[in-house]
Design a binder for this molecule. Structure first.
Ligand code: NAD
Ligand code: DAU
Length: 357
């Protein structure tokens, strides 16, 4: 049996966070998993319906920019570990409104670092284990690649969107807390994730939704941009391995060695959708619409994850075609989820239930 631990996961009602919460709640019955989330448009408690009644799971509604709330929760529950995913995560939104990204991703992260540092200074081995602050970051901090090369942990930071600038800034604060205050931190930088519970503003779930409903599929520019796609459950497993076995002060890149041009990915998705929906091959591809490019659109991301594979033994489990097919099946059989998360229905329902407890 694992040691009893109390772990704070931020952003657990979001896409990746919900997979991390689910994995930890199910894998570590002796841990208590606290999911702290303010429930923005991207946070949905329905993502966790299958674990919400487990005895080792608790939801805490709070905003990471509210330092006093974080202090109260640390004092009340005595967390010994933090896995920090809460963030504004959509590049297009950051282009239209950068300030919120600085607030949440920078100020929110600094708050969390400060509160953890102060609490652990007075409670160095709370729950009898070594404390750990795990910051979940993105490959976008490294900037944009040309046709060749891969991002390694040594690639200099070169963020180019307000989103990636805010994530890069938060990474720098995390490292500053390690060097200045000896806070036991670890960071990972991951490539694009896909899978279930992905909010339908991002490319893959948006395209699935539009194909299903015969809406145009917006492809930015010529669709030449390249992303390195990783199945979200593989990212959650990597986070588990790094949280338990990673070395303090280290950074680990996570990626699927799975580069796709956007347009090729969309053609593959259209083919899978034609089969699943019983449409003649080529029907869905007719929905492709080339639209105005994203401002400052990074050309290519690709990750070298050999450090994580070599030192901690993590490997991705799924081939992309298989993962994409699973993802399409999930969306087609969870149309209610799609409706709820875009209309706020489940949140209203959950709040009624929550206050009655
Ligand atoms: P998401 O947008 O789906 O979820 C973010 C969650 O954070 C939501 O539940 C939201 O309610 C919560 N949140 C936002 N602001 C908050 C605040 N001020 N206080 C408390 N909670 C708040 O994001 P995601 O795609 O799951 O990404 C999670 C993390 O992983 C982010 O830090 C992101 O930068 C990083 N990341 C994402 C990807 C990807 O492909 N999606 C890849 C690499 C890294
Ligand atoms: O690389 C990791 C990052 O991946 C994460 O840090 C971000 O949180 C996550 O949102 C994702 O960022 P991207 O900008 O790469 O993801 P998005 O799904 O928005 O876009 C993927 C690619 O598809 C990108 O080249 C832009 C393009 N695109 C996107 C949308 C929404 C389109 O062509 N059409 C669209 O409608």
């Amino acid at each position: 049996m694992e040691t009893a631990r109390k772990i704070l996961i931020t952003g657990g009602a979001g896409f990746i966070g919900s997979h991390v919460v689910r994995l930890f709640v199910n894998s570590y019955p002796n841990y208590t998993i606290f999911n702290l989330d303010t429930l923005t448009y991207a946070g949905n408690l329905e993502n966790l319906r299958d674990v919400e009644s487990k005895p080792n799971y608790q939801f805490l509604k709070a905003d990471i920019t509210d330092a006093a709330a974080l202090e109260d929760f640390f004092a009340k529950y005595g967390f010994d570990g933090v896995i920090h995913l809460a963030a504004e995560s959509h590049v297009d939104r950051s282009i239209h409104g950068p300030t919120q990204f600085a607030q949440t991703n920078v100020i929110g992260t600094v708050n969390l670092l400060n509160v953890a540092k102060n609490y652990w200074a007075h409670n160095p081995a709370v729950n009898g284990v070594k404390n750990r602050f795990y910051h979940v970051s993105t490959d976008e901090v490294y900037g944009s690649l040309g046709d060749e090369g891969l991002f390694t942990e040594e690639t200099p930071y070169d963020p180019r969107s307000p989103y990636s600038a805010s994530k890069a800034s938060s990474d720098h604060f995390v490292r500053a807390f390690y060097h200045t205050y000896k806070l036991p931190v670890v960071i990972s930088n991951c490539s694009n994730n896909y899978g279930s519970y992905h909010f339908p503003e991002k490319l893959i779930p948006l395209a699935i939704h539009n194909i299903k409903n015969n809406f145009p599929i917006p492809v930015y520019g010529k669709g030449e941009n390249v992303r390195d796609w990783l199945f979200v459950e593989d990212h959650a497993r990597a986070i588990d391995v790094i949280f338990h076995k990673g070395v303090n002060g280290e950074t680990y890149n996570i990626g699927g060695h799975n580069e796709w041009k956007n347009i090729d990915l969309i053609y593959l998705l259209c083919k899978i959708m034609d089969t699943k929906l019983g449409r003649p091959e080529g029907t869905s591809a007719k929905l492709i619409a080339f639209v105005k490019d994203r401002a400052g659109h990074d050309l290519r991301y690709a990750i070298n994850s050999s450090k994580l594979q070599r030192e901690l033994g993590w490997v991705p489990s799924l081939q992309f075609e298989e993962g994409l097919e699973k993802t399409v099946e999930w969306y087609l059989s969870n149309q209610d989820w799609l409706h709820h998360v875009t209309s706020g229905d489940y949140l209203k329902y959950y709040e009624t239930q929550y206050h009655q407890r």
